[in-house]
Design a protein around this ligand. Structure first.
Ligand SMILES: [Zn+2]
Length: 411
């Protein structure tokens, strides 16, 4: 992508109404645009990052057997009445359509996928089944806040699993924990993200949250420094010790919830009468689990953890562009290198604009490519292009004919 043609306007100054670091950075860096409180547009730069996060999540879900589908955002009132949540769920958007019928904008999809699964599961042979989607969700928040962290419209991956019995659910639940750890590691927040025990509701002892330690976090967790396992705020009064090693030496930390997983057991399958005949001919209610990750929230959390107000270095797999090629009065040579890198399918952004080096560097800080290549009269005189691994600051001059692939740039 040539920067002169890329629909990107970096504002450089922090927006006045930004209520968090992620909103300040993402708006001024040209990643997102705020339409109203809690509702954002993803601009071309932000959408590239979002697509990368989506791909990481999709790969890890498929690796544990997940099959992707897409459910509707709208649902009839009847589905939500069936579980009692039409009344009980206060963040549910409800409205009347033209024919007078009432419908909901879904904040989660148990009420849609459970009756749908009845058409896919008729025998024990159809189990287990793992279905996931990546989709916009809606929450009728009284006060949306913290940028993309608590939105009225947001993007989520939600996975639902269907099992013959509790034991099979338990095994899969542990697999999902492993997949989530990989997702957060690949997203660059693996070190800061811990598993927290949370309330299991009326039908399960615990659920779990993935909490990223952050000073700007709205959640409080109680972390066991030995196990790196935590207990969340709602259950700390009941569970005073580490659920793993029983230590009572727990530290209070601020955090952001980036994922949650829940053993639903038969809560929804009972409500929708989702049952099968097992191998002995007995009728059994299907056992379920659900597993969420907020993508917009994950993006915001990465920014909270690794960005400053004007600079980010994206993790390699998340970066909108792997390489930022900057020409300083060497447009012709730079153009040749750009074509060469593009041919090798390297994601490169080429700053070919008529701008000062200072402007180019400060914009490159916002775009956050992990590798920067500068071609200037000075670098040519020194023997080629100046290649920098931005995270470490290590840089070296690479002869122009040796710039052949990402690996040659990293050494
Ligand atoms: Zn412990």
């Amino acid at each position: 992508m040539k920067q002169s043609k890329f629909a990107l306007k970096i504002k450089r100054e922090i927006p006045k109404d930004a209520d968090s670091k992620n909103a300040a950075f993402l708006v001024s860096g040209g990643y997102v645009n705020k339409l109203m409180a809690g509702v954002y547009s993803y601009l071309p730069l932000g959408y590239l990052v979002l697509k990368n996060l989506e791909e990481i999540i999709r790969q890890e879900m498929q690796a544990i057997g997940g099959q992707e589908l897409l459910l509707p955002a709208l649902a009839p009132k009847e589905n939500w009445q069936q579980t009692g949540r039409w009344q009980d769920l206060d963040i549910l958007y409800k409205f009347k359509v033209a024919n007078g019928k009432e419908i909901a904008l879904n904040p989660t999809h148990e009420e849609i996928i459970t009756p749908l699964a009845k058409s896919m599961i008729s025998s024990y042979k159809d189990l287990p089944l793992y279905l996931f989607q990546i989709q916009n969700k809606f929450r009728n928040e009284i006060r949306a806040k913290s940028g993309l962290l608590r939105g009225r419209e947001f993007i989520m991956k939600d996975l639902y699993s269907f099992h013959l019995d509790d034991q099979d659910l338990d095994q899969y639940y542990d697999k999902v924990i492993g997949a989530y750890k990989k997702i957060f590691k690949r997203s660059g927040i693996g070190r800061e993200t811990v598993l927290a025990f949370a309330s299991g509701g009326s039908f399960s002892k615990y659920s779990h949250e993935f909490q990223t330690l952050a000073e700007s976090g709205e959640d409080l967790i109680y972390l066991c420094p030995k196990c790196q396992v935590a207990v969340n705020r709602e259950i700390i009064d009941e569970v005073k010790n580490c659920p793993n090693c029983n230590s009572n030496d727990l530290e209070e930390k601020k955090s952001i919830e980036v994922g949650n997983i829940f053993k639903l057991k038969t809560k929804y399958s009972q409500a929708f009468n989702l049952s099968i005949t097992d191998r002995h001919g007995d009728q059994k209610t299907v056992v379920m689990g659900c597993y969420g990750i907020g993508l917009s929230r994950l993006l915001a959390t990465i920014v909270e953890i690794i960005a400053t107000e004007k600079k980010i270095v994206w993790p390699t797999e998340v970066a909108p562009f792997s390489v930022h090629l900057i020409s300083i009065n060497q447009d012709q040579i730079s153009e040749e290198i750009y074509l060469k890198l593009t041919k090798q399918k390297i994601k490169v952004i080429f700053d070919d604009r008529d701008a000062t080096p200072g402007e180019k560097f400060s914009d490159a800080d916002f775009i956050g490519s992990p590798i920067r290549i500068i071609i200037s009269t000075k670098s040519i005189t020194a023997g080629g292009a100046e290649v920098t691994e931005v995270s470490s600051g290590r840089s070296k001059i690479v002869p122009l004919d040796k710039i052949t692939g990402l690996d040659s740039l990293k050494n």
